[in-house]
Write a protein that binds this ligand. Structure first.
Ligand code: IPM
Ligand code: MN
Length: 355
């Protein structure tokens, strides 16, 4: 009998449930072909539950999530809920509590997808961002004084621990080695201004680099990184950076790879529970219309399978996505794909089954 895997599913808000449904369709197709089984446990975490019960992410659910190696997440964010409550209470809390210290975001332009960059194609746009996912400005350190008065003070500090920085850098070096593309790792920082935080990053980076003689190292300030991502994206193989900079440059990355419809990511704890997601958000205006592009969820599903050790299945999904983009897609944008959300899932599942 084939292997069995338990996967937690959090479809979430807005178009999350629609794209997750297509992702699961494709995962099951791959599992069927390769003879393994995926058992899903659904959790109704999100804006609707919060509105009904006031619960955001109960501890009991969080503790159940710890039992899984992988979580498949749709999207978090509800138009009736004040921004920040669900994002912090669900997404960030899961990242922190499950110690998902890596946010892995491939920036890959598939053949046939339009990029806004002139004269750049799939050969030039193919790199991966390793974003630290539990520290930095996201750690929540700081506070305010005299709020609402003219003497108000607000402080938000970036926390960078040697341990947190080092495990992120080590992951990035290992990842660059395993990827074996250009064997080049670029540290993205701001050593000219953030002279405490990025001094620590830079020293740790060079120290660890001595253990990886086969990996070329490079450094770019975050502002310059934005410039090079547009002008010469082919310079990048793997970029490692802190939480805030990683957040910003991966939105730019998503745009040059064809938009939010195709960008996926993984929140990874290599020793624990990882969580995979399309990074586009809940897109409330498209909810229930069968127009949203589920490819980001489908490729997030491929990353999830990779994490479970089913890399062959992940590759099959990637290949099927590539084929569908070349043959069937009119556009990556919601409503302009030339087919509905569920048709995309059916199509990719069919391509996976056809091998
Ligand atoms: C992301 C998102 C989140 C972040 C928000 C929703 C809290 O933008 O996953 O990149 O800032 O990390
Ligand atoms: Mn973001």
């Amino acid at each position: 009998m084939g292997k069995e895997y338990n996967v937690a599913v959090m479809p979430g808000d807005g178009t999350g449930p629609e794209v997750v449904a297509e992702g699961l369709k494709v995962l099951d197709a791959a599992a069927g072909v390769l003879g393994f089984t995926l058992r899903y446990t659904h959790y109704d975490i999100g804006g609707e539950r919060y509105k009904k019960t006031g619960e955001i992410l109960p501890d009991s659910v969080l503790n159940e999530l710890r039992q899984f190696k992988a979580i498949f997440l749709g999207a978090i964010g509800h138009p009736d809920v004040k921004p920040g409550i669900l994002e912090k209470g669900i997404l960030l809390r899961t990242r922190f509590e499950l110690d998902q210290y890596i946010n892995l975001r491939p920036v890959k332009l598939y053949e046939g997808v339009d990029t806004p960059l002139k004269n750049k194609g799939p050969k030039e746009i193919d790199f991966v961002v390793v974003r630290e996912n539990t520290e930095g400005l996201y750690a929540g350190a700081g506070g305010c004084l005299k709020k609402g008065t003219k003497d108000e003070v607000a402080i938000q500090e970036s926390i960078n621990t040697r341990k947190g920085v080092e495990r992120c850098l080590r992951y990035a070096f290992e990842y660059t080695k395993k990827r074996n593309k250009d064997n080049k790792l670029t540290l993205c920082g701001k050593t000219n201004v953030l002279t405490f935080a990025f001094d620590l990053w830079e020293r740790a980076f060079h120290e660890i680099a001595t253990e990886y003689p086969g990996i070329k190292t490079d450094y770019a300030h975050v502002d310059a990184t934005c410039m090079w991502m547009v002008k010469n994206p082919e310079w990048f193989d793997v970029i490692v950076t802190d939480n805030m900079f990683g957040d910003i440059i991966t939105d730019l990355g998503a745009m040059i790879q064809g938009g939010m419809g195709i960008a996926c990511g993984g929140n990874i704890n290599p020793e624990g529970t990882s969580m995979f997601e399309p990074i586009g958000g809940s897109a409330p205006k498209y909810t229930g219309k069968n127009v949203i592009n589920p490819l980001a969820a489908i490729t997030a599903g491929a990353m999830l399978l990779d994490c479970l050790g089913e890399s062959k299945a992940a590759q099959m999904i990637e290949a099927a996505v590539q084929k569908a983009i070349k043959k069937n897609f009119k556009s990556m944008d919601a409503g302009k794909m030339g087919m509905g959300t569920s048709d995309v899932g059916d199509l990719i599942a069919r391509y996976v089954m056809a091998g």
